[in-house]
Design a protein around this ligand. Sequence first.
Ligand code: ADP
Ligand code: MG
Length: 334
Amino acid sequence: MKGKIKRRVAALAVAATVLLAFTACNDSAAKEEYFEVFGTTLCITTANAEEAERAALEMQNTELAVSAAIADSDIGRINAAAAGESVVVGDITMQLLRKAYRAYELTDGAYDPTVAPLVELWGFAAGDFVQGVAPEKLPSAEEVAAERGKVGFDRAFRLDPESNSVEKLIEGAMLDLGGIAKGDAVARSLGGFTGECLVNLGGNIGGVGKDHRIGIGAPRPSEKAYIGIVTLHSGECISTSGDYERYYEKDGKRYHHIIDPFTGRPADSGLISVTVICRDGALGDALSTAIMVAGEEKGREWLDALSAEYPEIAAVFVHEDLTTATWGRDMQAA
Ligand code: ADP
Ligand code: MG
């Protein structure tokens, strides 16, 4: 394995506000190990420090391949390429791009990693964004339309799994796997643990060996930090997307980092937070993003359709008026 492991001391670790594990491992030898991956904190609770380090190193290697913020990563090179160019990528990147393509198809394009130019236009690209700080000027309708012309996974890129290459078809098209990479990394790491463990990558959580009680963060400041608690079974992953994770306000209106590929603007579906449980962490992560875009009704249709293949699939919706609804699993009071 390449790369040097990046550790974070517990005291510096930012508590995950999106999802929080209420029960750690029964195993009294279990410890929390902190690392830094994908620009966020990775906390692994396990008695086996070696397995935790191995999982962290693998995630850090994945980050080097798929982060849009790293110029010589596979995604960095794809984003810098001109239309007509083909970029050869590693297996990890190709696998993740194929999962992303499947999620794009399953969600009728609501999850679309080619929204990258719009994410950048609205000021949410990694490196540009500072929480709560609005740009001086919001994008004009013309600017939004111009960037929207570069969006659409089926027309902007062609994936060739045989040659492990990605061809750019539209000048200026870009990829951003931010809506799927963390969930995928958590799910892939779970197979590497032999005992009880809990993996928390910036609020994308997976558990092994026992049930874990997971608190779902309140999307608006309130007395209770959590809107409720759900049970996560061994082998399952849970991801939340919300309008409160990365946002700014301008003239009394909130602008956030989940972009509706069809309007080119921050999603406005009536939902302010969506949590999805699924053993396929990539799919769950992409679905939480897609349901934020397309709304609860569409979300319920997708969950219905997927429940034959993923019997454990479940979701929690939080509406603008702060009421909640669940699909497939109950939520207990926090
Ligand atoms: P986070 O990664 O902050 O936990 P999400 O999983 O919801 O939250 O992913 C949001 C990120 O995905 C955004 O910051 C952006 O990089 C990217 N993104 C935004 N809108 C979409 C979309 N409609 N489809 C796919 N990715 C998106
Ligand atoms: Mg997501």
